[in-house]
Design a protein around this ligand. Structure first.
Ligand SMILES: Nc1nc2c(ncn2[C@@H]2O[C@H](COP(=O)(O)OP(=O)(O)OP(=O)(O)O)[C@@H](O)[C@H]2O)c(=O)[nH]1
Length: 319
């Protein structure tokens, strides 16, 4: 559905067909923490998706649009595919699967320092039902001594008949031009689907909430990072300042106490860090106010997952 809308936009934007121009969708999939968001940001040279060392940081499919003279790449950063423990986990996997079904080529990113595990066989099973070109992106090669790199490439090659294997370091931006070149080979000819200056399909409100969630991920541990949803409740221009009121939802009373912290120290420090980054993003002074609310066990309630905008397929269905 999303794809159909884009192709329609493509016709409106460009009218006629540009000769030899290529454009298409690349789904970036992989286990949690493989480096999907780091790769997206490195390719786009901008922070499109938040990153952290906590698994399942990404919850929505986030498109990053890279427009070159001869090609428009639409990368879809997906939630890490994992064995779900809750309804939210099942929805996140579903979001990733829908991106895989809609794309022209799958970029399966793995942490090159790790061996093929049960999480990978889970992904492989899905991939095998789709009959799409699959490029294995072997990430984190900065952590591999040179003599081990070749061994790891051979090791991963044995796991599946990949169309291509590209070793990279998303963190060091190493070998990304080669990766783009490989992806381009699998994209169909067609005009750009998005305006040249557009870098993401998510609006500013979504990105502002994500920045707050990122600060929470950095500062909290165990269950809290996974239990948090951030909702924008008010946004008001007051002179040359922006007033933002956001609600941080957790799923247990005890988490609310930890998130607020002794003498509200924790929530204050989250607020100040987020405020600083939001100021850079918006280019004006920001007054951020954060409230914390408990929605018991929200991650197991479909209506809450939808209300917090985490079910991509639901959003498409509603259109
Ligand atoms: N050394 C090294 N670390 C990396 C590289 N790419 C990503 N990381 C780190 O791996 C961690 C996870 O990165 P993310 O980009 O958030 O991973 P993700 O796959 O989007 O994670 P989920 O959203 O949980 O699915 C972060 O701490 C990154 O800094 C890399 O090339 N080298």
């Amino acid at each position: 559905m999303y794809r159909v809308i884009c192709i329609y936009t493509q016709i409106i934007l460009n009218g006629g067909k540009m000769k030899n121009y290529k454009s298409g969708f690349i789904a970036i999939v992989g286990r949690p923490n493989a480096g999907k968001s780091t790769l997206l940001n490195a390719l786009l040279k901008e922070k499109i998706a938040i990153m952290s060392d906590k698994p399942n940081t990404t919850r929505n499919n986030i498109s990053g649009i890279l427009t070159h003279e001869d090609c428009q790449y639409v990368f879809v950063d997906t939630p890490g595919i994992h064995k779900p423990q809750q309804q939210l986990g099942r929805v996140l996997n579903k979001n990733a699967y829908s991106a895989m079904e809609d794309c022209d080529v799958i970029g399966w990113i793995v942490d090159g320092t790790q061996s093929f595990g049960t999480g990978d066989s889970f992904i492989l099973k899905r991939i095998e039902t789709l009959h799409k070109p699959v490029v294995l992106i072997m990430n984190k090669i900065d952590k591999l001594p040179k003599e081990q790199l070749l061994k790891r490439l051979v090791y991963w090659q044995k796991q599946h008949d990949f169309n291509d294997i590209v070793p990279i370091s998303a963190l060091d931006k190493d070998n990304l031009d080669e990766l783009l070149h490989v992806f381009k080979g699998y994209l169909p000819e067609g005009e750009p689907m998005f305006p040249e200056e557009m870098k993401s399909d998510h609006d500013i409100n979504f990105r502002m909430c994500e920045i707050v969630r990122e600060k929470i991920l950095f500062k909290t541990h165990e269950e809290i990072p996974h239990s948090v949803a951030v909702i924008l409740e008010r946004k008001e221009k007051r002179g040359n300042r922006m007033y933002l009121q956001m609600m941080v939802v957790v799923d247990r009373e005890s988490q609310k106490g930890i998130l607020i912290g002794k003498q509200a120290n924790m929530i204050r420090s989250i607020r100040l860090d987020a405020q600083k980054e939001l100021k850079d993003m918006l280019g004006c002074s920001v007054d951020l106010e954060l409230f914390v609310r408990v929605e018991k066990n929200w991650r197991n309630h479909e209506n809450k997952i939808k209300e917090f905008g985490l079910d991509e397929l639901e959003q498409i269905d509603e259109d």
